[in-house]
Write a protein that binds this ligand. Sequence first.
Ligand code: ADP
Ligand code: MG
Ligand code: ZN
Length: 609
Amino acid sequence: MSLFVRNVFLFVVVLFILFSLFLFYKTEQRATLPSQCYTDFLKDIDQENVKEVEMKGHMLQVETPDGRRYETVAPDTAAVLPKIEENGIRLTVKRDYSIFVWITLLFVVSMILGFIAWSAFLKRGEPQVEEREEFGSKKIITFSKDSRVTFDDVAGIAEAKTELEEVISFLKDPSPYHKIGANIPKGVLLQGPPGTGKTLLAKAIAGESGVPFFSISGSDFVETFVGVGASRVRDLFEEAGKNAPCIVFIDEIDAVGASRAGSMSIGGQDERGQTLNALLVEMDGFDSDNTILVLAATNRPDILDPALLRSGRFDRQITILAPDIKGREKIIQVHTKKISLAEGVSLHEVARATPGFTGADIANLVNEAALLAVRDHRQQVVLKDFESARDRIMLGIENKGMVLSDDDRRSLAYHETGHAILAHTLPGADPLQKVTIIPRGRALGQTQQLPLADQHAYSREKLLTRITILMGGRAAEEIIYKTRSTGAQEDLLQATELAIAMVCKWGMAESLPPRAYLRDSGGFLGGPTDKLFSSEDAEKDINREVNQMIEKCYAEALSILQEQKDFMDNMAEILIKNETLDREELDIIFDCTVSKRGKDSGQADSCMV
Ligand code: ADP
Ligand code: MG
Ligand code: ZN
């Protein structure tokens, strides 16, 4: 509403200014008559040199017999009148509108026009998105009959869409379901990692369902004052009840629905508990004829109160995970519609290069790519832009300000070469994509591998290969410099985490039974794990197995690199010169080694660009 008030106010102000200008113009116009002093006027009367007088308050407009007109101001009109009468001068008296009359008139007219404008605005139909301010004078509910997001904007999560479409068709026409005796699920919970499109999907439903849609964010319920949140919940459901069939969408429901038991703050807990209770009561309250669908989204289902999740409340839970390669390709299609793409850019290739990206990441990627094209003064986005954008997002911006000394660059080149050679040599490793010694974000160098397809289950061998490759950097430094540097910090951390997970979660230790020692409890965001053992022996077993696993991998890395030391020298040299080697360049370099083994080394040198 506030928007209309503002519009009308603006309108009135404009009118006011126009009128003032008009007024000013009028006074100016009257002043165009030449003025003459009062004494001269009296003299004119005495000399019978006045034909006509027009009187307006103290203003006198005088016309002489020879047609001259002038203006004068009389200090006391009562004194002039007898003289005029005596001399038989024609007199007209005009009413004098004082400036106050004008202003009052102006005000009244503006009000009337403003009112007309306002009603015209209101008549233009229901506003499409209306912010209701009824609840504690805070903007909370957006009641949207016409959201501009459609199902077409949501790609790659077909199952979630189908599930929801079914529920919506029920909302629109429950009779076929009622005939068979089926009831609508009361609540649908969308759960999944951040950025996978939960909110987007809800917006699409608002646009496509054709029923009223009330949207509220969980954090809007959370207030310092006890009872405010609960009353908001009641207000919300009362409003929804009046508009049934309708959808109530609670985004980020974890803000209000977090488990009461696990809550930290004592003060906040009371309020949160009350709000949650109100929500539970309301969800139980409406019966199944009263078709209200409660849709909620969260990325922390693990902390939700179990009471929310029991049947009869959010009894349908839809999990949305980061999309697979096909899903990514579809999402990329949706987002690249808005940008101008060069001929022949393979979106499949982009999708392949972005494992683990969520919808939000992809939206960001496409935008970054377009920005890069603009920076290059190009009209169209090419594949290279997507690659650079991906590196920017995943690795951070190229750190051009960071100047490495020649020694550091050399050791960095050996470190990356170590990773690269292992990634090329070990069977089952993902193909190499890029090796670089340009510092980016927090990382100094990078060796990237890209899987050919998304993988959801990994074999023990594949994981061991991964650890061995991670060990490659440290192994190369050890072979060349016979010392240990800090450059391997991130590698060691990843390798250790992987080894621990293999031993404790996936039962992959050689001399331990296939059992689990740890359980994830952090939901989609990773986080804490629970121990599933209590004995100190188990702790020792785990430690021993993790150490063994890493030692073995490290030994293998050392032995492979030792064997290829000459090649490692050559490749490090090329890397120092070129800074970045992409897939084609790497292919050429490695092809040369293959031929090098077959032929004499003199020829192989010509391969080294
Ligand atoms: P969340 O799951 O955290 O609520 P959002 O729905 O807010 O994620 O997604 C953020 C943005 O990411 C969306 O506005 C959209 O641009 C993009 N996005 C996410 N998922 C998809 C998808 N499946 N299809 C198209 N775009 C998506
Ligand atoms: Mg969201
Ligand atoms: Zn490394």
